[in-house]
Every structure is written in structure tokens, then in C-alpha cells.
Design a protein around this ligand. Structure first.
Ligand SMILES: *[C@@H]1O[C@H](CO)[C@@H](O)[C@H](O)[C@H]1NC(C)=O
Ligand SMILES: *[C@@H]1O[C@H](CO)[C@@H](O)[C@H](O)[C@H]1NC(C)=O
Ligand SMILES: *[C@@H]1O[C@H](CO)[C@@H](O)[C@H](O)[C@H]1NC(C)=O
Length: 290
């Protein structure tokens, strides 16, 4: 149901905003500081989630915030480990139904359209932690009890970046929970559609449990106008299939599934490859009008 992809300069995660952040954060040393009003945003999103999105969850949003703050503040901004978030994750334990887990890498925009029309899928962004922290930045400062709102270090500048550590653990938890048939949405218009540096390749794949997962259904999708670089039988996706096979997973792989292409055509109906579809639609229209 929810798959969250983060990609960092070093590690690509399967939570989307995270990926953007990482990709954009290349050579700069310092990034923006902690997102203003972070407490109101995080606690507000939490209440929104447990009240409107998933009212069956009985969790304490104030306590989750306290544990988050505890992990981050009074630490040097590059010194927050995955373990520092243990108490927070403990306070927000959540389970997800099988057969709905969607992982993705470098397909964030299409993933959002896809999950909007196929609400069956869940990504990391649909989990409480993904929902609460999506698109936010934070870091603490040593010898101070607050967040640093003026600047936070770049991902690549730290081994234990507070934002990265949280997403890494969230991705790992998400993948460990994955069960039944899972889906992986990869971008065939780039080299290394399956990257060992991505959050999917570095964290999530490792954390999938052979006993819990029935099938890994890979969907490779290219841009309508290409480039057509990788596919189920070309490039890094072959490596992914080999890894899955050697670990004993059953898998399927589909190139450019029709639904995914049609969704791209909606955004860009003038594209040559969309014309067949557009022509039959206008035929239907003229038939109904006459
Ligand atoms: C990083 O954190 C550890 C444990 O919390 C602490 O012992 C160490 O002094 C910290 N290092 C820096 C540079 O803040
Ligand atoms: C593939 O990745 C490129 C480069 O990041 C991006 O512009 C494009 O939208 C992606 N294609 C799909 C189908 O997600
Ligand atoms: C799981 O995937 C396999 C292979 O694609 C398919 O045959 C099977 O029907 C799927 N099961 C469910 C519950 O979706």
C-alpha cells in the first residue's frame, strides 16, 4: 500500500521528496535549516492521520513528537543515528495489509498519479511516519535544546544525518513488513533503473523477507518519448532479477504496462504514442454525439 522512496546523493531511498532533496543537494555544503513550524506541521499531520486517514490507529501524537525531539535536539546536526529514533518508531508502530506494498525508485511523479487511480497500493508516504515527515527538513544543534532553523548540513556531509537516518529506518521497517505480492516501479528511461545506491537497492531490497513475500512484481516504465534505456531484459533490472532469484523470491517483470502509459498520456495527450488511444476516444465521442 505504501511505498516510500528516498534517494540520497549516496543512498537512494524509496521515498519521493527525500529523493528530490538528495538529488538537489549535491555539491552544496549547507542546506536550508529546519522547516519552520515543524512542530505544528508534524503534530498536526499526526492528528490528521489518526483522526481522518486511519482512525483505527490508537497512537499518542504528542508522545511521538517528544520522542522525535529527544532523538534530534542537543545533538550535533550530523550525529543522529538510526538507533536514536528507536523510541519514536516504537511509539508509532503500525501494520499494513498484504499485497498492497508499492516500492519505487526515480518514478515519483508517475507513482503519485498511479496510486491516485489505483488506491489499492500503499507506499511509504501512506504510512504514519511517511505522512508526518514528508518533505520536511530538520537538524538539531549541540549545546542547545532546539532545532537549527538557520541551516542544516547536506546529506553527503554526514554519516548520520538526522533526516536520512529517519528515512532509512522508516524504509527498512516498511520493507520488513512487506508481505504477499509486492510491486516495484522502476524508471526504464535512465541508466541504473535499479541502483544499489537507492533506498530501494540499499535498504529495502535487503529487508524484504522471503517467507513473507510471495511475488516481487517489477514494473519497468519509460517516458512516452523515451529514452528507452532499460527493460526487464536489459541493464540493471537483470541484476535485480538475479538478486531476487538467488534469494529465493518469485518474481514477474512487465515492461511499459498499458495503465502506466495511459496515465502518462493523460498528462501529455499530443504525444505520438498516445494517438491511437486519443483517436479511438474521439471516435467514441463522435459516435455518442450522433
Ligand atoms: C555523537 O553521539 C554520541 C552518542 O550519542 C556521543 O558519544 C558523541 O560524543 C557524539 N559526537 C559528536 C561529534 O557530537
Ligand atoms: C525517469 O527519470 C527521469 C529523470 O529523473 C524523469 O525526468 C522521468 O520523469 C522519469 N520517468 C518516469 C516514467 O518516471
Ligand atoms: C501475485 O502475483 C502473481 C504473479 O503475478 C499472480 O499470479 C497472483 O495472482 C498474485 N496474487 C495476488 C493475491 O494478487
Amino acid at each position: 500500500m505504501s511505498s516510500f522512496t528516498i534517494s540520497a546523493a549516496v543512498l537512494m531511498i524509496s521515498r519521493p521528496w527525500f529523493i528530490m532533496f538528495l538529488l538537489c543537494s549535491g555539491p552544496l555544503k549547507a542546506q536550508l535549516g529546519t522547516t519552520p513550524n515543524i512542530k505544528h506541521i508534524v503534530v498536526g499531520r499526526c492528528f490528521n492521520y489518526i483522526t481522518l486517514v486511519n482512525p483505527s490507529l490508537r497512537l499518542d501524537c504528542e508522545e511521538i513528537w517528544r520522542q522525535f525531539e529527544e532523538a534530534v535536539v542537543r545533538q550535533s546536526s550530523c550525529n543522529v543515528t538510526v538507533e536514536d529514533y528507536n523510541h519514536m518508531f516504537y511509539a508509532m508502530a503500525q501494520t499494513w495489509p498484504c499485497d498492497r506494498f508499492l516500492f519505487w525508485s526515480k518514478t515519483r511523479t508517475l507513482m503519485h498519479i498511479y496510486t491516485a487511480v489505483v488506491p489499492h497500493y500503499w507506499t511509504l508516504e501512506d504510512t504514519l511516519v511517511g505522512y508526518m515527515f514528508n518533505d520536511l527538513i530538520w537538524c538539531g544543534q549541540e549545546e542547545d535544546s532546539g532545532f537549527d532553523f538557520s541551516s542544516c548540513p547536506d546529506w553527503s556531509a554526514c554519516r548520520n544525518h538526522p533526516v536520512y537516518s529517519l528515512w532509512r529506518q522508516a524504509s527498512q521497517n516498511f520493507a520488513e513488513m512487506a508481505c504477499g505480492n509486492i510491486t516495484v516501479l522502476l524508471n526504464g528511461s535512465i541508466v541504473n533503473a535499479f541502483s544499489r545506491k537507492s533506498m530501494f537497492g540499499s535498504v529495502e531490497l535487503e529487508s524484504l523477507n522471503t517467507c513473507r513475500v510471495d511475488y516481487v512484481n517489477i514494473k519497468v516504465v519509460t517516458n512516452l518519448d523515451g529514452p528507452f534505456i532499460e527493460s526487464c531484459s536489459e541493464g540493471s533490472i537483470v541484476d535485480l532479477i538475479q538478486i531476487l532469484q538467488s534469494r529465493g523470491f518469485r518474481w514477474t517483470c512487465t515492461d511499459n504496462e498499458e495503465t502506466l502509459m495511459i496515465l502518462q498520456c493523460i498528462k501529455n495527450p499530443k504525444q505520438a504514442s498516445c494517438q491511437t488511444c486519443a483517436n479511438s476516444l474521439s471516435q467514441i465521442k463522435s459516435l455518442t454525439l450522433t
